[in-house]
Write a protein that binds this ligand. Structure first.
Ligand code: AMP
Ligand code: GLY
Length: 429
């Protein structure tokens, strides 16, 4: 089979490395991809959001299967357009992608079907939103832009002045573009966070191994929110009892709700959960694999990824085994100094050969933002590399990932030194 993966970050690299293990995969492409992905796949410089160009390319190259990994092409209906061209694709159609693309849609869905989440109200008027927050008088108040905002459209406000500023930024200054025309104002929840990715075929849901993201830029969860600075899997908070509860209270009801609404979800559904003192709550849904969760989840997948993906497209997931191996994985992100704000690009990267670390067993380097200039691998993004290690236990996986990361250098490299520390403290309790 000739396969195209749409996107160009560490998540797409991890998907490509997993798909390449499939005996049925004979040729793999990535669009747009990046320099380091180029060691593993043919890259084609088409923007992931350019639906007409991507569909034309897929037809011209006669791909047998397309994996749409990134949120915005899914929200734009790339899977629908590929289907019209007769090309099967992994991922939800446009109607089902609303579960991520519109927080108002997601919140209303949860309310209608009794899926546990933070209490909320939606507003399309900044004054009305502020009046509601004032009347509630409860802080912190959580304000979320309705649409896609690169994971940055959530503002946690400690007082009325901050709430007024947040509403101005989102709704009047349109800091997140059109996605800020409507907002969700919701109650602030507390508890450990868990990411669960699940394969869905519209009816059946099969969760993958759980994981823990580290969203803040600096050690000790300080600094700004980023796309994610590292991950570990499994997440030690996600005990079998919690998993069972999430299945009956959240996963099955969500898949049934999407069917009932006439937009069955096929692909990877990402459950961002908070384990509150009152039980698990949905913080957010994503309509795709998480980044960098994928970089720790797929290395633990024992089943053939291509077979499972096709089962989600064909509606045969109930008959398809989704098996994970025992053990743990850890991913440390190497970022450009300054990320998530301004940073420099074009710094030469040393320590890698063919994109990987020579001699490091059970270690894979996923390329998030790299380019090749005159034969030299250079930085080309905020998140540059993800160094993943697998091992029988989490402490070993973390030790191996950090030892491997020590062998990779570029000017102004920034990484967190405490990925997995919270998970270890929970394991040691
Ligand atoms: P999101 O971009 O939706 O993943 O939100 C970013 C982060 O904001 C989440 O990972 C949570 O840590 C936090 N967050 C979002 N909603 C809430 C909430 N209702 N209560 C507390 N924290 C929240
Ligand atoms: N790591 C969080 C996300 O992919 O949205």
């Amino acid at each position: 089979m000739k396969i195209l993966v749409v996107g160009g970050g560490g998540r797409e690299h991890a998907i490509i490395r997993a798909l390449k293990k499939s005996p049925a995969c004979s040729e793999i492409w990535c669009a747009p991809g990046n320099g380091g992905i180029g060691y593993d796949a043919h890259c084609q410089p088409i923007a992931a959001t350019d639906v007409p160009a991507m569909v034309a390319f897929a037809k011209e190259q006669a791909f047998d299967y397309v994996v749409v990994a990134q949120d915005d092409p899914l929200a734009l209906g790339m899977v629908d357009e590929l289907a019209k061209a007769g090309i099967p694709a992994f991922g939800p159609d446009k109607a089902a992608a609303r579960i991520e693309a519109s927080k108002v849609f997601a919140k209303n869905l949860m309310k209608k079907y009794g899926i546990p989440t933070a209490r909320y109200e939606t507003f399309d008027d900044a004054d009305a939103a502020l009046a509601y927050i004032k009347a509630q008088g409860k802080y912190p108040a959580v304000i979320k832009a309705d649409g896609l905002a690169l994971g940055k459209g959530v503002l946690i406000c400690q007082n009325e002045a901050e709430a007024a500023d947040a509403l101005k930024e989102i709704m009047l200054d349109k800091k997140f573009g059109a996605s800020g025309s409507r907002v969700v104002v919701e109650e602030f929840l507390t508890g450990p966070e868990v990411s669960v990715l699940a394969f869905c075929d519209g009816t059946t849901v099969k969760p993958m191994v759980s994981s823990m993201d580290h969203k803040r830029a600096l050690d000790g969860d300080a600094g700004l929110n980023t796309g994610g600075m590292g991950t570990v899997a499994p997440n030690p908070c996600y005990t079998p009892a919690v998993a069972e509860r999430c299945m009956t209270e959240i996963f099955l009801p969500t898949v049934a709700a999407m069917r009932a609404e006439g937009c069955p979800f096929k692909g990877c559904l990402y459950f961002g959960l908070m384990l509150t003192p009152d039980g698990p709550r949905v913080i957010e849904y994503n309509c795709r694999f998480g980044d960098p969760e994928t970089q720790v989840v797929l290395p633990l997948l024992e089943s053939d990824l291509l077979t499972v993906m096709q089962a989600t497209t064909n509606g045969t997931l109930d008959k398809t085994e989704v098996k994970f191996r025992d053990g743990a994985a850890a991913c440390v992100i190497l970022a450009s100094g300054g990320y998530p704000l301004a940073y420099e690009k074009g710094k030469p990267i040393t320590g890698l050969a063919g994109g990987q670390l020579p001699g490091a067993a059970d270690v894979t380097v996923y390329h998030a933002g790299t380019a090749v200039r005159d034969g030299q691998l250079v930085t080309n993004g905020g998140r540059v590399l993800g160094v993943t290690a697998t091992a029988p236990t989490l402490p070993e996986a973390l030790r191996k990932a950090y030892a491997a990361a020590d062998g990779i250098h570029f000017d102004k490299l920034h990484r967190r030194s405490d990925i997995g520390a919270r998970a270890l403290s929970i394991l040691n309790k």
